[in-house]
Design a protein around this ligand. Structure first.
Ligand SMILES: [Mg+2]
Length: 330
């Protein structure tokens, strides 16, 4: 590895030198205004992900197959790209925790809403400070796997443990809390931020660098975080539409479907509109960041801005290279 390629070798960078930048703009369908990078421990993380998949899924099931496809991106895994700013040990812990939650999401999205909510409550039982894997001897595979990783994540940073558990609880309680379909973007967008896991991930971007924002600091960037959350969730909708359009679910989560209903238009037109909404939210975030930086900003605030842009830019890069989304339109 050549040290000169490390992104944070750039002057004035405030984030850890733990990743390399990637040439995302060479990918034709990449459209984000933000940069992207990949962790220098990408291979170790991928190994840990394969291991947790074996523990958390039964071989041959739908979620097991989906995990294989998810990790088939030759450009890297979602976590090593999006969370490239995390310290290596923390990146492994967050990635494996989030992987179990992703498997859980894949398993429960096909269930009726009431059954899925029961499963979410079961998973939430793992989220406690005194967690031990042995408490879930009779539990399901996802509970056992999450318990083991969560114990390590608590021990690596006991000071942040209570907040971390709160964030995970909030995710499980809100990501699938509304059944049915949405017909207006103004209702859908705030819901989709939580549904996409953005609030949890934005917290873990900070946790990964071992830093926190005080309540006052977070309040001063909350609007920016919301705009970035919209970009993140809707970018997934944009790229996953071709894969999701034929799913007959009682609660499809895709902005293309919402815009089709809201404006009584075709999928093609709605997809172009969705791209417009994403670009508008990016512009809003850029404006909010500019305004915030006119006022005194702590090192943590500047770290947040740099890292969250790599997260959101990384997500567009991962989606634009992931084989699972390269489904032909016709
Ligand atoms: Mg999707």
């Amino acid at each position: 590895m050549q040290a000169a390629r490390l992104y944070s070798a750039r002057p004035a960078s405030t984030i850890p030198s733990v990743f390399e930048s990637v040439k995302s703009h060479k990918v034709p369908i990449f459209f984000s205004r933000y940069p992207a990078g990949i962790s220098i421990v990408a291979r170790e993380v991928e190994y840990a992900l394969r291991e947790i998949d074996e523990q958390a899924c039964e071989e041959g099931t739908r979620e097991w197959r989906q995990a294989i496809v998810r990790h088939a991106n030759p450009y890297g895994s979602y976590f090593t790209i999006c969370h490239c700013t995390a310290f290596p040990e923390r990146l492994v812990l967050f990635s494996t925790m989030a992987e179990v939650l992703w498997i859980h999401d894949d398993m429960t999205e096909e269930m009726d809403h009431a059954s899925a909510c029961r499963e979410h409550d079961e998973m939430a039982k793992v989220l406690r400070l005194d967690i031990e894997e042995s408490m879930f001897k009779s539990g399901n595979l996802r509970q056992k796997s999450l318990a083991a990783v969560l114990r390590k994540a608590i021990d690596i940073d006991p000071k942040q443990a209570a907040t971390m558990i709160q964030m995970l609880k909030k995710y499980l309680a809100t990501f699938d809390s509304i059944g049915g379909v949405f017909t207006r973007m103004e209702d859908y967008m705030p819901y989709r931020i939580a549904n996409s896991g953005y609030w949890m991930s934005s917290y873990f971007v900070r946790w990964g660098m071992g830093m926190m924002l005080s309540d006052e600091e977070y309040a001063s960037i909350e609007e920016h975080d919301t705009a970035m959350g919209n970009v993140l969730g809707l970018t997934n909708d944009y790229f996953s539409w071709n894969m999701e359009k034929d799913q007959q679910e009682d609660r499809m989560r895709n902005g293309v479907a919402v815009l089709m209903k809201e404006h009584n238009t075709t999928a093609e037109a709605a997809k172009v509109m969705l791209l417009g909404v994403i670009v508008e939210q990016e512009s809003l975030a850029a404006k909010l960041k500019e305004e915030r930086l006119k006022k005194p900003a702590s090192k943590e605030i500047r770290q947040y801005f740099e890292a969250i842009e790599l997260y959101v830019g990384g997500s567009c890069y991962w989606h634009s290279t992931a084989p699972r989304y390269q489904v032909p339109t016709h």
